[in-house]
Ligand binder design. Structure first.
Ligand code: HEM
Length: 162
């Protein structure tokens, strides 16, 4: 396999495949709370870029639901991280933030969508990835829409599966 580009060494703990260990929890003031499972893949091909895919499924029916894919870059010599993301809902976004220890805190810098995206429209996203001392990865996502201030939408933990 190709050697990891040294620019990405601070993010090497993210690489591989992660499976939700127990169903994640979804919520928002305007929706019915729900559960979901999710698989995350982080890989690289030697470029200073991590490629990722997040695939979420209905917790009971296992039906495919939300999907995101994109790229992660780091500004060399800094702890600045950027996510370039496309979502199956028709949303694209740039998130930027900082890596401190094994926690990534990101805020959307740009959000755009297809002309016929469902309403309400997402206006802002913030998320945190944290590698916990027990080796589990945790993701928390908050969003703001046309109708709601920034509020939590998702919380989930994963265990490494490869
Ligand atoms: C609802 C955005 C990830 C499942 C929604 C709504 C928005 C949204 C805008 C509608 C809220 C409203 O009606 O007020 C996002 C964004 C995500 C994301 C920006 C990622 C950053 C996920 C994931 C799942 C999920 C991973 C897992 C299955 C749902 C469900 C609903 C919902 C079940 C309620 C039913 C529906 O409106 O389809 N989401 N979502 N979302 N989301 Fe997400």
């Amino acid at each position: 396999s190709v050697e990891l580009n040294p620019v990405l060494l601070p993010l090497d703990w993210l690489l591989g495949t992660w499976e939700s260990d127990e169903p994640g929890e979804g919520c928002f003031p305007s929706i019915k709370p729900f559960h979901y499972t999710e698989t995350l893949h982080f890989s690289h091909v030697g470029q200073p870029v991590i490629n990722f895919m997040f695939n979420a499924f209905h917790a009971e029916s296992k039906k495919p639901m939300h999907r995101e894919c994109g790229f992660i870059r780091m500004q060399p010599g800094t702890n600045k991280v950027a996510f370039i993301i496309a979502q199956n809902s028709g949303l694209v976004e740039i998130e930027e933030g900082e890596l401190t220890a094994q926690q990534l805190s990101l805020q959307s810098q740009a959000v755009a969508r297809i002309s016929f995206a469902r309403e309400p429209h997402v206006q802002q996203i913030s998320r945190v990835f944290q590698l916990r001392p027990d080796g589990k990865l945790e993701q928390t996502v908050s969003m703001a829409t046309d109708n709601q201030e920034l509020m939590q939408h998702l919380h989930i933990t994963y265990r490494r599966s490869s």
